[in-house]
Design a protein around this ligand. Structure first.
Ligand SMILES: *[C@@H]1O[C@H](CO)[C@@H](O)[C@H](O)[C@H]1NC(C)=O
Ligand SMILES: *[C@@H]1O[C@H](CO)[C@@H](O)[C@H](O)[C@H]1NC(C)=O
Ligand SMILES: *[C@@H]1O[C@H](CO)[C@@H](O)[C@H](O)[C@H]1NC(C)=O
Ligand SMILES: *[C@@H]1O[C@H](CO)[C@@H](O)[C@H](O)[C@H]1NC(C)=O
Ligand SMILES: *[C@@H]1O[C@H](CO)[C@@H](O)[C@H](O)[C@H]1NC(C)=O
Ligand SMILES: *[C@@H]1O[C@H](CO)[C@@H](O)[C@H](O)[C@H]1NC(C)=O
Ligand SMILES: *[C@@H]1O[C@H](CO)[C@@H](O)[C@H](O)[C@H]1NC(C)=O
Ligand SMILES: *[C@@H]1O[C@H](CO)[C@@H](O)[C@H](O)[C@H]1NC(C)=O
Length: 441
């Protein structure tokens, strides 16, 4: 089988989404083709840009240079509850100040009985909630009631900017179990996925506590306090590559709900998701949307690994391009961009204290480059496409995003922006996971 790198799949999907915007097509990026200096940041979608492109999901290995992406806010131990959404910013508003907004989101979050509902109204691409504080080893936990129904997927994951990933995914067609998965630098490995039965056998009706306990040596998935799966770093040694292919770089916690079973998706994706979505289901009729419920969410940070270069306590950044644990350092570098035109290379660009040329490029930038999100990254699974006859590459995903309902085009934002808003409503990596599954079958 022909195998595409994750980066290519990302680029493909992104290009399809953006191609509809006649005004401007941002350059693509991959490990082989880095972004130009003008648009230095490679977003999680494999597209070059500035501003939010340089925040969460910005891949330093595909960007113009290692410091094109803004530094990543350090881990913060915290318990999140859901009285309001005051600490959540929409994905086109966040500029990197994680003290101001713990979360960045797209889609349609709702609050109900003190819980966060990620909803997916009819024909939409669902919702995504991403945390802006990176975790560099730690334990995250959430009380979750998954969504239900064929084709509906709920996710709770950790995703790094270099595409290390640790997942929980609930496929709404089977409420008796949860799928677990992990990736190293987005590299597809068919053996990584597994699933665990959940007590009482109904992930939609019953609250359960799902945790990911991630330390430098081992990774545990726990359900209601019991370890259901373990991955040791030692077991991931790759002799040829001379490295541990273990999730090991700062990662953002994300929750999402997305329509894997949307009719326009690839057959394999729909099949993995348990069939096509029924947009007239009980939940759609009763509430107007599919929904997944999140109760209290916790983050307990662990210390950076021994041997780390620690010269501050504000942010993480990559000091070399291996994308490994040893590539990361902790510094006092600021994480906040002054404008949508700013980048890690010039974080003050567009602030009103800067000079004329800055102002110019700021204007150009926000008018033409769709705003990628900081918290975007989203989703579950990353990885690869393939396909002998190309049917895999023409995956579903573009359809997924294009069909998003868009309440945003009405709020008077420019076309590029609302276009991108729709993109962001998709749970991008979840789609890629589905692609992986498709390939596996
Ligand atoms: C980005 O990649 C896609 C898919 O390979 C391609 O169709 C598109 O033309 C590329 N865009 C640019 C600006 O190179
Ligand atoms: C972060 O700070 C370190 C040391 O203070 C410096 O060498 C490095 O260039 C900075 N990186 C970025 C991306 O600003
Ligand atoms: C970030 O937001 C906090 C809280 O609003 C504020 O005190 C701080 O000055 C901001 N930091 C930057 C760099 O803008
Ligand atoms: C990993 O393997 C090395 C030697 O192969 C051993 O020294 C080390 O204790 C192992 N670590 C763990 C956590 O098992
Ligand atoms: C091990 O690393 C080599 C070289 O980077 C790579 O080609 C190979 O696919 C890796 N093996 C696995 C099982 O990932
Ligand atoms: C800078 O911009 C802010 C917001 O646009 C504005 O309120 C402020 O007055 C400006 N400051 C200067 C010195 O122009
Ligand atoms: C503004 O930026 C554009 C695009 O980068 C450039 O072509 C133009 O010359 C600039 N104008 C000024 C006045 O600097
Ligand atoms: C770009 O953004 C700046 C600051 O947010 C704003 O003042 C300016 O009007 C925007 N330019 C365009 C062309 O939208």
């Amino acid at each position: 089988m022909l195998r595409l790198t994750p980066a290519l799949v990302v680029a493909y999907l992104a290009a399809n989404i953006v191609a509809q915007d006649d005004d401007f097509t941002p350059p693509n990026c991959s490990l082989d083709e880095l972004c130009p200096e003008e648009y230095p940041c490679c977003s999680v979608y494999g597209q070059c840009g500035t501003g939010a492109y340089c925040l969460g999901g910005c891949d330093p290995l595909m960007s113009h240079s290692l410091d094109s992406c803004a530094p990543m806010p350090v881990c913060q131990s915290k318990t999140y509850t859901w009285e309001n959404l005051d600490n959540a910013a929409k994905n086109n508003e966040y500029l990197g100040n994680a003290s101001e907004a713990d979360w960045v989101y797209s889609g349609y979050p709702e609050l109900e009985d003190g819980n966060l509902l990620l909803t997916m109204p009819k024909n939409s691409v669902g919702s995504l909630f991403g945390n802006n504080h990176y975790v560099w080893y730690g334990k995250i936990g959430a009380h979750v009631k998954s969504s239900r129904g064929a084709g509906v997927v709920t996710a709770f994951i950790l995703l790094s900017d270099t595409k290390d990933e640790i997942d929980y995914e609930w496929v709404g067609a089977d409420l008796t179990q949860v799928e677990t998965n992990w990736y190293f630098q987005g590299v597809l490995n068919y053996d990584n996925g597994d699933s665990s039965k959940v007590d009482s056998g109904n992930t939609f009706e019953d609250w359960h506590h799902y945790e990911i306990d991630w330390s430098p040596d081992a990774l545990n998935w726990l359900i209601d306090g019991d370890i259901v799966r373990t991955l040791t770093k030692n077991s991931t040694w790759n002799e040829t590559g001379n490295r541990y292919e273990y999730p090991q770089t700062p990662s953002r916690m994300q929750m999402s709900l997305w329509p894997a079973g949307q009719a326009s998706n690839a057959e394999g994706t729909i099949e993995w998701a348990g069939g096509e979505i029924d947009w007239d289901s009980e939940d759609i009729q009763d509430k107007g949307y599919y929904y997944a419920s999140f109760g209290e969410v916790t983050v307990e940070c662990y210390d950076p690994p021994s041997g780390t270069n620690i010269i501050g306590d504000v942010s993480y950044d990559f000091k070399d391009d291996a994308g490994l644990e040893s590539s990361v350092e902790v510094t006092d570098n600021e994480t906040v961009l002054a404008s949508l035109g700013a980048t890690g290379l010039d974080m003050d660009l567009g602030s009103n204290s800067t000079s004329g040329s800055s102002g110019n490029s700021t204007g150009v930038t926000n008018a033409t480059v769709p705003v990628n999100q900081g918290g975007t990254g989203n989703e579950p699974g990353s990885s690869t496409g393939t396909g002998t006859s190309g049917e895999t590459t023409s995956t579903n995903a573009p359809g997924t995003f294009n069909q998003g309902t868009d309440d945003d085009s009405s709020d008077g934002e420019n076309a590029a922006l609302s276009q991108n808003e729709r993109v962001l409503k998709g749970s991008f990596f979840a789609v890629l996971v589905a692609v992986v599954v498709l390939i596996t079958m």
